[in-house]
Ligand binder design. Structure first.
Ligand code: 6R9
Length: 644
């Protein structure tokens, strides 16, 4: 917690100031229809809408719709409408894994690439409503592929390139994708990632997949299955440069994005066309106070929601120049971000606390030896930022000149919900500050009692906003159960939060069985089921633990089958196993062999106790008398393993 306040600097005459910000929020709750009707002018509509917000979070009338009878096309809003005024402006600056390995696409070039890509999709039989899975590095073709899907009304599902073949297969199967788009290999931090080989393993279990479309990135050797696999560059031969945008209803699905929840199976979050696009368009413009001609860099991967909303759709819908970075912040050295900012002239940087903390550890010199004079604004997203990292970001990276927008949101929310506006909101390090227009947060206690004023509780949202998710793919009932049943009539975020006496919101982290590792969500149940799938493991329990750089690390308690002896080799083997089952981000940071787990008499694992032990907070384990065998706790405490 920090009491320092950083007053909002003055912006331009177009910037939103404190008075405008307050008036906009007020209007958005008093007259939502009027407010969103006006805001919707930010988009080009093929058919205007007559209906605006139409939603209820109550079970009997449960529905979430916005602009339902309007018709538009996302790709036309992101590309075509800019051609006349900024056809020759850079839309995407691609920065490869090696510094200076760059490529720029103007809006006109992006239009051509997107249309040609869309024509390839059509030639492969992909039509409106079909699902297409993308498993790609951060290459410009990835943005073209996303836009091409929206061009023809296909629903994309992007799977992060760090996920294993198994995770990829589950996500392909859950939505019955008929096409998978991948690259031969990815390049990250000087290493190659065998994307096509992973797809081959995954697709072996996916009968819905008719074709695999392969983009040549590294030129590495990959196997091509006759009849199924197609090189993009060959498929592009002879296709036309034009493809008319498919008119889409505002409530037609736009994309599915799988995210981790508190149960084992990843959830296919579904966003629709009109509300989502308006939300990311408006929030990009307002939160970053984006000014024509500026170069904007969000370091997120398109495999996560931040990449969808704030690398591709939000910036492009505003006619911005967006950087797509195919590398990592510490390669070839710890100065990579700052060197790249100088070389490309980046004005706005949007990154994650985990990256800030990792770079902060390496010392100021890596930063200060670069100029960074182009920077105007800094942003963070993905997890709570500790005031120390915030202050370093502000003082060292921004040289004290650049406001920081700490943006709180979720895959489910589509875009930013709680955030400062850089020229309106006084900043407090570690607080995401105040809700944006249309966002109505509420804090409740465990019983659902509403907490007013300064308080700490569970963060809910009491009404819909245009950009919120509409369902979980194929499981509308789970959608309702997951988000709307804990506190009836409200959307429950899964986050804990404190509101201070100034009405500022301070997100404290997840209160469910989700852990946030380096800004990536991981369900503890997912890691547990991966561990239990190993032949030598009888039982596993996974909790979060504090981690200096990652925010949270993964602490796994593993009970082995009888007759199996714990060993360092087995520890390594189990870590590797989880990497193989889910991906490197799920690999436990600490793994403790546990002869037994603390369970209630009814057999429930007492996670509260396991969390305390992982946090090394063993002085306050609370009441253990309800355990079936309280002595297991002493053994666990005695054999606790160190972080790292
Ligand atoms: C955009 C994104 C969502 C969870 C969310 C919360 C955490 C995100 C945050 C933040 C504190 C912020 N989170 N932004 N916590 N301050 N500015 O990250 O989506 O991957 O779905 O994660 O991340 O816990 O519930 P997603």
């Amino acid at each position: 917690m920090s009491d320092s306040v950083y007053p909002a600097p003055a912006g331009t005459e177009n910037s939103i100031d404190a008075a405008r910000a307050a008036a906009a929020w007020q209007r958005s709750v008093e007259d939502p229809d009027g407010y969103w009707r006006e805001e919707a002018r930010r988009l080009d509509w093929i058919e205007p809408f007559t209906q605006v917000k139409d939603s209820s979070f109550h079970e009997a009338a449960f529905r979430i719709r916005c602009f339902a009878d309007g018709v538009l096309n996302v790709s036309a809003n992101c590309v075509d409408r800019h051609l006349e005024t900024r056809g020759d402006q850079s839309a995407i600056i691609w920065e490869g894994d090696q510094p200076g390995e760059t490529k720029t696409l103007t809006y006109r070039e992006l239009h051509r690439d997107m249309c040609r890509f869309a024509n390839v999709l059509k030639s492969l039989g992909v039509a409106k409503g079909d699902r297409v899975t993308l498993y790609l590095p951060m290459i410009a073709e990835a943005a073209a592929a996303m836009l091409a899907c929206t061009r023809i009304g296909a629903i994309h599902s992007i799977v992060f390139g760090g996920f294993s073949p198994d995770s990829l297969a589950n996500r392909i199967q859950d939505c019955d994708s008929k096409l998978v788009i991948c690259a031969d290999e990815g390049c990250r931090g000087g290493k190659r990632i065998p994307l096509k080989a992973n797809v081959d393993k995954a697709v072996a279990h996916c009968p819905s997949v008719e074709h695999v479309l392969v983009i040549r990135r590294t030129g590495g050797n990959v196997a091509m299955t006759e009849g199924r696999d197609i090189w993009l560059h060959e498929a592009l031969d002879g296709v036309g440069d034009e493809c008319a945008p498919e008119p889409m209803s505002a409530e037609d699905p736009l994309f599915i994005l799988y995210t981790s929840g508190s149960t084992g199976k990843p959830k296919g979050v579904l966003h629709t066309t009109g509300g989502y696009l308006l939300w990311v368009t408006k929030t990009f413009s307002d939160v970053f106070d984006y000014r024509d001609g500026e170069i904007y860099w969000c370091t997120a991967d398109i495999g996560w929601v931040t990449g969808h909303s704030y690398v591709v759709y939000g910036p492009l819908a505003n006619g911005a120049t967006t950087v797509m970075f195919d590398g990592v912040p510490n390669y070839p050295d710890h100065g990579r971000l700052w060197e790249t900012i100088d070389r490309l002239g980046v004005n706005i940087l949007y990154t994650a606390p985990t990256a800030i903390r990792a770079l902060m550890r390496e010392g100021d010199d890596w930063v200060t030896r670069h100029d960074r004079g182009s920077l105007r604004l800094l942003g963070t997203v993905g997890e709570p930022i500790n005031p120390e990292a915030w202050t370093w970001y502000h003082r060292v990276v921004g040289g004290g000149r650049c406001p920081i927008v700490d943006t709180w949101w979720q895959t489910e929310t589509g875009g930013i919900l709680i955030s400062p506006l850089p020229y309106a909101t006084d900043l407090k390090p570690g607080s995401a500050t105040k809700p944006l227009p249309g966002v109505q947060p509420q804090l409740v206690d465990a019983e659902g009692k509403v907490l007013d004023g300064a308080a700490e509780g569970n963060l809910c949202l009491t009404d819909s906003w245009p950009g919120m998710m509409r369902t979980l793919w194929g499981d509308h009932d789970r959608f309702f159960q997951t988000y709307f049943s804990t506190y009836p009539g409200k959307y429950f975020t899964g986050d804990g939060c404190r509101r201070d006496e100034d009405g500022y919101y301070w997100i404290t982290g997840r209160v469910d069985d989700v852990i946030n590792v380096s800004g990536h969500r991981m369900g503890t149940a997912e890691v547990e089921s991966a561990l239990v799938a190993h032949a030598k493991v009888a039982e596993a329990a996974v909790v979060g633990m504090p981690h200096e750089v990652k925010g949270q690390g993964i602490y796994a308690y593993v009970t082995l089958n009888s007759g199996v002896e714990p060993s360092e080799d087995l520890r390594t083997e189990l870590r590797q196993w989880v990497r193989g089952e889910i991906g490197p981000i799920a690999s436990p940071d600490a793994l403790q062999f546990a002869p037994g787990l603390p369970k209630t008499r009814s057999g429930k694992i007492m996670r509260r106790i396991l969390r305390k032990i992982a946090e090394n907070d063993t002085g306050s384990l609370g009441d253990t008398s309800t355990l079936a065998d309280p002595s297991v706790v002493d053994t666990l405490v005695a054999e606790r393993v160190e972080h790292g």
